[in-house]
Design a protein around this ligand. Sequence first.
Ligand SMILES: Nc1ncnc2c1ncn2[C@@H]1O[C@H](COP(=O)(O)OP(=O)(O)OP(=O)(O)O)[C@@H](O)[C@H]1O
Length: 334
Amino acid sequence: MVRVRLEGIKMSWEDFRLEIPHLEAKAGEFLTLLGPSGCGKTTTLRIIAGFERPEKGAVYFGERLMNNVPPYERNIGIVFQDYALFPHMNVFDNIAFGLKVRKIPRNEIEKRVVWALELVGLKGFEKRYPEQLSGGQQQRVALARALVIEPQVLLLDEPLSNLDAKIRERLRGEIKRIQRELGITTIYVTHDQEEAMAISDRIAVMNIGKVEQIGTPLELYYNPKTEFVAQFLGLSNILELRAVDGEACLGELCFNVGREGKVKIFFRPESVYIEEGKTGEIVSYELSPGRIRFKIDVEGKIIIAERFLSEIPFSIKNLPKRVGVRVKQFSIIG
Ligand SMILES: Nc1ncnc2c1ncn2[C@@H]1O[C@H](COP(=O)(O)OP(=O)(O)OP(=O)(O)O)[C@@H](O)[C@H]1O
């Protein structure tokens, strides 16, 4: 297990600047780089892999400075979005390739390939060719190929984005299980917030070449530091209010903020509770299995609330025009 650390990284293309003063994946950690297309996730991963040389800054694996170590000597396993298997080689040879290059003895290669195939649930597929495999199976082979060399760091660049939703969900569970089992430091790139939340120990949210915030999925979800992070991770309510005597109010809906002046208050729809009362007017609602999402107008501002159907004190057929609104968990951003 090794810690991966970036210090003072700067890199620029014509119309893009990547700037990462400090970013660290702890030893054995599953760290995800999450952000919209073009924010610099892949470039960051390529710098860690050694495919890209930053103009400034340093990459460390443990205490070792890696800047001048070429990719093939960094002992990393990499999986890309498009599998990148060799089409003319069967599964066994695809997985064995990196071991052959390293001149590992034949019997050791066989043992390791069998181990890797079992790890990814593809025992018995040795003789198949990539074209005889589904997308999900091809990606398992790519994962086995990355792991068979026993890398100290695993880098995954959108490995699931070419797969359909069901397989994507199953495979992400397996990637997580394997990562835990091997305890391998893993850096994962995705633009899918749900995937990032499901799979990561910590997430670094990136935007236009910068890391906006890093934290556990729950920290980021409930305590985002910026509007970008709040909005990127899901539906959010953000209210700009003026606090007086430590309290910021929108009509009857008050927040104890412990400060004066302008504040930006953030809360998730599932932190909003609905009760009998007159705080706001129901503008619309949407049903999904077992749940209900309301838009409620409170003093001219729309608040989104989401609850289990069993939690609201009214029948849907008999919803009142006005309801009481309470927010149980909020934070201040900006
Ligand atoms: N070799 C290159 N030459 C010029 N510009 C590049 C190069 N590689 C990346 N870029 C630019 O750097 C920016 C960041 O690209 P990068 O691939 O790191 O983003 P990303 O967050 O991984 O995006 P995506 O999710 O679309 O893959 C983009 O504007 C891209 O066009």
